[in-house]
Design a protein. Structure first.
Length: 135
């Protein structure tokens, strides 16, 4: 059981560092927001169906709100001389910046979660003709 939890933590760490959970070498992203469709080393397809990225968006949004909401109330209590509107403006800007910066990591962690639940795997030979339909 402990080995299984260590394996899961390792996979999530590998994907948090934006590497393929299958081979741990390939990069998941090619740019700030551009994602490789498959791993350049082991050809694992990172997104099999349209809409799989929603889980990463949930991770990103929940974490941002878990930081922003308590952060606002804490700073409001610790800095009573700062107007609440100024604090709110700061935390809104922080929230937007955090969501933008953390996007790739949240999306990659969802890929790791998909890998751990057997939804991410190397394509078999009969899947080589797979064509991703964006319609």
């Amino acid at each position: 059981m402990i080995a299984n939890m260590q394996h899961r933590a390792h996979v999530l760490w590998v994907t948090f560092t934006l590497r393929c959970p299958n081979c741990e070498r390939g990069r998941i992203f090619t740019g700030l927001f551009a994602m490789n469709p498959v791993c350049p080393y082991c050809n694992v397809r990172f997104e099999r169906e349209s809409g799989e990225s929603v889980g990463g968006m949930y991770i990103n949004l929940v974490l941002a709100e878990l930081i922003t909401i308590p952060g606002y109330f804490l700073t409001n209590a610790l800095l009573p001389q700062v107007p609440p509107l100024s604090l709110a403006a700061f935390w809104v800007i922080f929230n937007i910046a955090f969501i933008t910066i953390f996007y790739r990591h949240a999306r990659a962690m969802w890929i790791g979660t998909t890998y751990l639940t057997a939804g991410l795997h190397p394509d078999s030979e009969e899947d080589d003709d797979y064509v991703h339909d964006d319609h």
